[in-house]
Design a protein around this ligand. Structure first.
Ligand code: GAR
Length: 192
């Protein structure tokens, strides 16, 4: 089995989309791929309940319980390694990762970012796209490298920015596309 470990901090809708697609497309029997575990740095992440309902192992590592970013990332890497992952999937995992962590999982660490990278790295991507007068926005799946929201692009989707759009409205339109491209990019990367 090729194991996927998914890291979340909140709603977990991208995680749920990957789990749902893996089930619908029978990734386990067709490709020997399964979601082995969902890890969160927040005990109240809504996605944890969704994962548990699907019978997926979950674990919480509260970053506030660690003295440094390095100590947290070392503990996180150890918890992930226990599942011997072929791929580690960041799905709304709102932590800046240390170079040591990124190096450890080099080539098997992917992220989804709610903008058309390389535009709008960082936070508040939808508000910034609206304020910049962008006519199109979107989302990007990319391999994670040491620099935040930079790294080889695996897939993207584009949505229009509509007149009068709010950040919330645009975010929802982008999120629908995230749920389509992330499962597709994860599978493609594992079958490459
Ligand atoms: C998604 O829109 C994802 O692209 C974004 O957080 C949301 C998580 O939603 N990620 C980032 O902003 C990373 N910098 P989800 O928890 O429902 O998947």
């Amino acid at each position: 089995m090729k194991n996927i470990v998914i890291l979340i901090s909140g709603g977990g809708s991208n995680m749920a989309a990957i789990v749902r697609t893996a089930g619908q497309q029978n990734w386990a029997s067709r490709h020997g791929i399964r979601v082995a575990a969902v890890l969160s740095n927040k005990a109240d992440a809504k996605g944890l309940g969704i994962a548990r309902e699907q019978g997926i192992a979950t674990q919480v590592l509260d970053h506030k319980a660690y003295a440094s970013r390095e100590a947290f990332d070392a503990a996180l890497a150890q918890a992930i390694d226990a599942h011997e992952p072929a791929l580690v999937v960041l799905a709304g995992f709102m932590r800046i990762l240390t170079p040591g962590f990124v190096d450890h999982f080099a080539g098997r660490l992917v992220n989804i970012h709610p903008s058309l990278l390389p535009a709008f790295t960082g936070l508040h991507t939808h508000q910034r796209a609206i304020e910049a007068g962008c006519k199109f926005a979107g989302c990007t799946v990319h391999l994670v490298t040491a620099e935040l929201d930079v790294g080889p692009i695996l897939d993207q989707a584009v949505v229009p920015v509509l007149p009068g759009d709010t950040a919330e409205g645009l975010a929802a339109r982008v999120l629908t596309q995230e749920h389509l491209i992330y499962p597709r990019a994860v599978l493609a990367h594992l079958l490459r």
